[in-house]
Design a binder for this molecule. Structure first.
Ligand code: PHE
Length: 338
């Protein structure tokens, strides 16, 4: 029995086969067990030596199984390591990473540009009161110019701000009549417009406000020229056209020379050579007064830049809705490399 077992154990090809052998030779129904049972009919002498021999055989078989088990386990592990071989020189799989939204990029570029000129960044609420959004901006109730900005009202006195200009009032009132003030305020704004290629009910502006002694229209023009050239290229020119805003006097609309035709006139600028980029003006003395500043002592200029408009011109985008559709095919084009 012993020899037969040892031979078979050494030939076992895998752990499963070995286990079957263990059951066969050492199990309750195995030949050793059977032989042991026969012992009770033997003479005491015979029983003793038979017992010794069969116990020894049992131990040897058990040991052989154990040794073989270790060998087989090792072989199996080696085979597995070989099978699951990892090529550490393979390039890693790229994890998908997001990128900044083009409006965020324009916003950050503008912030950097004005921070460099000594401005600070102010903030204001998007849910605004009628008082700040309109009245302090020299747009009393019933003023016809309120029609320029179709408004989402929350209740009679509360609304979604239609422009970032109410932040001017917040900043001025906080300063309690004492200049100088030099802030920009980028942020979301809302108007009850039907969305189309150039209108979005939610959009973004960047307000600018400078209030100090001896601030002139020349300062405004120089500032906006610097902004335009830095943002769109040194070759671009700006021009100021007279316009109207209740909170500035005089008011201007600012155009930039068309980058497509260089000012000669093309489809992009509708043949005029100029493209409108923002509204601006000298802070209306009445606004300064309402916000606690003495207009005899202080003057100021203000401007409001449409961030979508800047992004559309800068990146050649013709549909404002592209910014808000969350289409990765559109957004991925703006991933800054490196
Ligand atoms: N608030 C104006 C608008 O939204 C823009 C503007 C800001 C004009 C500051 C003049 C001065 O149309």
């Amino acid at each position: 029995i012993r020899e037969e077992a040892l031979e078979k154990i050494n030939e076992a090809a895998d752990l499963k086969e070995l286990n079957a052998l263990r059951v066969a030779f050492l199990g309750k129904k195995g030949p050793l067990q059977k032989a042991m049972k026969a012992m009770k009919d033997m003479a005491p002498e015979e029983r003793k030596s038979f017992g010794q021999v069969s116990n020894k055989a049992k131990q040897e078989i058990a040991k052989a199984i154990e040794t073989m088990k270790e060998n087989l386990e090792e072989a199996e592990m080696n085979a597995r390591i070989k099978r699951e071989d990892i090529d550490v020189t393979l390039p890693a799989r790229k994890l998908p990473t997001g990128s900044l939204h083009p409006i965020t990029m324009v916003k950050e570029d503008i912030e950097e540009l004005f921070l460099g000129m000594g401005y600070t960044v102010a903030e204001g609420p998007e849910v605004e009161t009628d008082h700040y959004n309109f009245e302090l901006m020299n747009l009393p109730k019933g003023h016809p110019a309120r029609d320029m900005q179709d408004t989402f009202y929350i209740d009679e006195n509360t609304l979604m701000r239609t422009h970032t200009s109410p932040v001017q009032a917040h900043v001025l009132l906080e300063a309690k009549g004492k200049g100088p003030i030099k802030i920009i305020c980028p942020g979301k704004t809302y108007r009850r417009d039907d969305d189309d290629a150039t209108h979005s009910h939610q959009f973004a502006q960047c307000e600018g406000l400078v209030v100090d002694k001896n601030v002139t229209m020349g300062d405004l023009k120089g500032t906006l020229e610097f902004f335009a050239k830095r943002t769109f290229g040194e070759k671009r020119e700006i021009r100021l056209r007279p316009s109207y805003f209740p909170f500035t006097e005089p008011s201007v609309e600012v155009d930039i020379s068309c980058g497509n035709c260089g000012g000669k006139g093309c489809a992009m600028c509708k043949g005029t050579g100029w493209i409108e980029i923002l509204g601006a003006g000298m802070v209306n003395p009445h606004v300064l007064e309402m916000c606690g500043f003495d207009p005899k002592e202080y003057q100021g200029f203000a401007f409001g830049i449409g961030l979508e408009r800047v992004a559309m011109l800068k990146y050649g985008i013709d549909n404002i809705r592209d910014f808000y559709n969350d289409d990765l095919r559109f957004l991925n084009q703006f991933a800054r490399k490196g």
